[in-house]
Write a protein that binds this ligand. Structure first.
Ligand code: G16
Length: 499
């Protein structure tokens, strides 16, 4: 480690003295102008992680659903997963070290994690379409280079695409080719095969309207269109040609406002969906003949996917263990339906793809979705091999179902001061400040079929309040009352919550 070179280079990406940031739910997030030093340092950290694991590590520059002025960075571990928790702590230490302490912190991390500094390192980098992203990804590269790491800059990619690249590179291409063409090939082939096998009731016109949140999803879907051949017609909206990123559009807007995004006219029963800024969330929606809006959010997607998988397994005659993983945001009725009707075990984890992903790995098939549209289905390697083998061997109905499941496996890209409030029980109970949980319990008791919880966001400077009840009106009222309790008991600042 050339400490003199690091100190010199770091001065070009100097940390504003006193600025403290934390590796949150999905990496660092804040206003873009505060992130230059973070990017440089995450380049350094990615090199250490790569040397330690002897694998390629990914760095994604994005602030996902947050406003265009923000940016952020997250690291991707060798098998396409989120960074390991102990390294999140190292990331926070490194990000907050004052300039003179930087090399000491680097040496500390290397020592604690037994990093062999003589090893080679390889880092892949990608970014979303934010105006600040290109410059910030250069700062990551600067960090990688000063520690002698090799790198490949993929330029503009969606977050799932970067996860895919990392996974492919670390499995010697067994999962797929680590190129954008390889990604399109793999997913579109599975999709086109599946649509050939699927039976349609009525509507043979497979078209979907896609709200791209004015982000990277538009560019990549445009590139992918030709790979679908006749399988799917995609119509893009909010493609970034005029509007602002995530502004009145995108998955987060549609989910939280329960209405279509601006810039998209929808006729009854048209299939529509929305991505977020880095295209790692998806929610579907449509309007019925009466003009009523229907949202198919992560809870419903998980239910549909697990029902479909169960049906296929029944046809194949395989008794595999399926689990569904949700967070506290999952609507109570979706959990009840999965457990009581579908007879699928449901587990609740803390918010953040990393937590759900980890739990889902315990099953033969783990389906996980956050209500906001992040998620996938994971298939154990043994299940994948077995199902694909059955698809090749059997010529009957079982074989057909196994082929279908094999395509589904390929289609899923399997690769995810408010702090006075602290929580426990997968974030469903507030531990501090004192009295807050009791106040929430008292409020919840006043409504039928109700649930509510609060937690500090890990991506924005806000406290999130969740409420559900037997009617929209009651849920809104409960949400308002819980917000007031937060404001009073957790030292709220600014405007009081409005009903
Ligand atoms: C990120 C995480 C998600 C999480 C969301 C909101 O999403 O990847 O797992 O649900 O933040 O987190 P919080 O409630 O802590 O702000 P994205 O799409 O912004 O990367």
């Amino acid at each position: 480690m050339d400490l003199v070179a690091i100190t010199k280079r770091s001065a070009v990406h100097a940390k504003p003295s006193g600025l403290v940031l934390q590796y949150g739910t999905a990496g660092f997030r804040t206003k873009a102008e505060h992130l230059d030093h973070i990017m440089f340092r995450m380049g350094l950290l990615a090199v250490l992680r790569s040397k330690q694991t002897n694998s390629t590590i990914g760095v994604m520059v994005t602030a996902s659903h947050n406003p265009e002025e923000d940016n952020g960075v997250k690291l991707v571990d060798p098998l396409g997963e989120m960074l390991a928790p102990s390294w999140e702590e190292h990331a926070t230490c490194l990000a907050n070290a004052e300039e003179p302490d930087l090399h000491r912190v680097l040496l500390d991390i290397s020592e604690k994690e037994a990093v062999d500094l003589q090893r080679d390192a390889f880092v892949v980098i990608a970014r979303d379409t934010r105006p600040s992203s290109e410059k910030l990804s250069q700062s990551v590269i600067d960090g990688v280079m000063v520690l002698g790491g090799q790198f490949h800059d993929y330029g503009l990619l969606t977050t799932p695409q970067l996860h895919y690249m990392v996974y492919c590179r670390n499995t010697d291409g067994q999962y797929g080719k680590a190129t954008i063409d390889g990604y399109f090939q793999k997913l579109s082939k599975a999709f086109v095969q599946l649509t050939k096998q699927a039976s349609y009731s009525g509507d043979e016109n497979r078209s979907v309207k896609v709200d791209c949140a004015n982000g990277i999803g538009a560019l990549k879907l445009k590139e992918m269109e030709s790979y679908f051949s006749q399988g799917l017609t995609v119509r893009l909206f909010n493609d970034g040609s005029t509007g602002k990123l995530n502004h009145f559009c995108g998955a987060d807007f549609v989910k939280s406002h329960q209405k279509p995004p601006q810039g998209m006219e929808i006729k009854s029963n048209e299939r529509c969906c929305s991505f977020d800024g880095d295209a790692d969330r998806i929610v579907y929606f449509y309007c019925d003949a009466g003009g009523h809006f229907h949202l198919i959010d992560g809870d419903k997607i998980a239910t549909l996917i697990s029902s479909f998988l169960k049906e296929l397994l029944l046809e194949i005659g395989e008794n595999l263990n399926i689990g569904v993983i949700q967070t506290a945001y999952a609507n109570g009725s979706s959990t009840r339906y999965l457990e009581e009707v579908m007879k699928v075990p449901v587990y609740c984890t803390k918010t953040g793809v990393k937590h759900l992903h980890h739990k889902a790995q315990e099953f033969d098939i783990g389906v996980y979705f956050e209500a906001n549209g992040h998620g996938t289905a994971l298939f154990s390697k043994a299940v994948e091999v077995k199902i694909k083998q059955l698809g090749k061997e059997l010529e009957d109905e079982r074989g057909k179902a196994a082929k279908m499941l094999g395509n589904i496996i390929d289609l899923f890209n399997q690769v995810a001061d408010r702090r006075v409030i602290s929580t426990t029980d997968a974030e469903r109970q507030a531990v501090t400040p004192p009295g807050l949980q009791e106040a929430i319990n008292d409020l919840v008791k006043q409504y039928k079929l109700s649930r509510a919880f609060v937690r500090p966001s890990g991506t924005e400077d806000v406290v999130r309040v969740y409420a559900e009840a037997d009617s929209q009106e009651s849920a809104d009222r409960l949400a308002y009352e819980v917000s007031l309790a937060v404001f009073q008991l957790a030292g709220g600042i600014g405007e009081r919550p409005q009903s």
